[in-house]
Write a protein that binds this ligand. Sequence first.
Ligand code: SF4
Length: 182
Amino acid sequence: MSRLNVATVWLAGCSGCHMSFLDLDEWLLEFAELANVVYSPVASDTKVYPEGVDIALVEGGVANRDNLELILKVRARTRILVSFGDCAITANIPGMRNMLGGSEPVLRRAYLELADGSGALPQAPGLVPELLEQVLPVHQVVPVDVYLPGCPPSADRIRACLEPLLHGEWPVMEGAELIRFG
Ligand code: SF4
């Protein structure tokens, strides 16, 4: 059986979902027999998202221009896209800024109203990615194939999703143990 190309992607999230992935412990050895990790913040130094990815776990919401550019590329180059964790599925924690009504009020609150002394809005075009007006869940930007909820999803839940995919089967994500938020 040939190995599948697997990627993990970090958008606007705290990396807790990736930490939970590392909690797979000894099953990671089995995973390594079945998958080539071709792109991941925790396991590869590749900066460019490659072509021909079979499975991508995408953590985080879509919060800025860099996130947007990356998720469009991920979708175009990936066969099965998994919305990995509550931030990817609902925008969750990064989405709390949506209550302020847009990027400008968020920046004003953080850099002017709450700043000590003379704050200034960040200005670094090309270096600091511009915030989107709202943080969006992944499925509002590109089609998603599998939803893997949790904040973070437990290692057991990640395995229940990933193991069938690696064997060419569709995961059955149902019941409180596999689809509960939080
Ligand atoms: S779902 Fe929870 S653990 Fe995962 S990135 Fe968001 S806040 Fe972090």
